[in-house]
Design a protein around this ligand. Structure first.
Ligand code: HEC
Length: 158
């Protein structure tokens, strides 16, 4: 009985490896750009499903300053490489990888003073190049802090 089972396993395993090998030889050409975009769209959909804006009502900050300070740290470590220190969209990675990043300080910025929309965009991301920050583990408090940092500081420092 055991020997039959072992034999069966060997045949199965052999079959699997043979199949796998065959497939790599004939991999169809992949449209990398389209594949990446589809993968990003999946992440955005997943993050949108996870997003719970009610969590923001439960957050407490010691002071506005404490929130701005935290926002500045998040910005410097996580956002600035694309958005630029000043939020104008010319961060190092944006330039190096030719990523089109919007100017968050523009006078006609559509998200101006709309904190719920800013927070949602940060958490959910966008299928172009804006990462789904909620999916990759940015805490709700850091989403909140960076949203305020953009809206209250970056946008008013011009
Ligand atoms: C890999 C580059 C990259 C990183 C890192 C990044 N962003 Fe973005 N972000 C983008 C791009 C590109 C867009 C434009 C998305 C689109 O096409 O609508 C965007 C859009 C946004 C928007 C919506 C604004 C608009 O006008 O569309 C907000 C708000 C934002 N990002 C905040 C942040 C914050 C906060 C962080 C850090 C926690 C961050 N981003 C990190 C690339 C990035």
């Amino acid at each position: 009985m055991n020997r039959t089972l072992a034999g069966l396993l060997v045949v199965l395993l052999f079959g699997l490896t043979a199949c796998g090998g065959g497939e790599t030889d004939e991999m169809p050409a992949v449209d990398t750009e389209a594949a990446l975009r589809a993968a990003r769209a999946d992440s955005v959909a997943q993050a949108a499903e996870m997003y719970q804006p009610a969590v923001f009502d439960t957050l407490t900050w010691e002071s506005d300053n404490a929130r701005w300070e935290r926002g500045g740290v998040v910005w410097a470590f996580t956002c600035q490489r694309c958005h630029g220190a000043d939020g104008a969209g010319k961060g190092e990675d944006a330039v190096t990888f030719d990523i089109e990043v919007p100017d968050l300080t523009a006078a006609d910025w559509p998200y101006a003073d709309d904190l719920p929309a800013i927070r949602e965009r940060i958490f959910v991301g966008h299928e172009t190049e804006m990462p789904s920050m909620g999916l990759i583990g940015l805490a709700y408090s850091d989403v909140d802090a960076s949203a305020h940092y953009i809206n209250d500081l970056l946008r008013s420092s011009e």
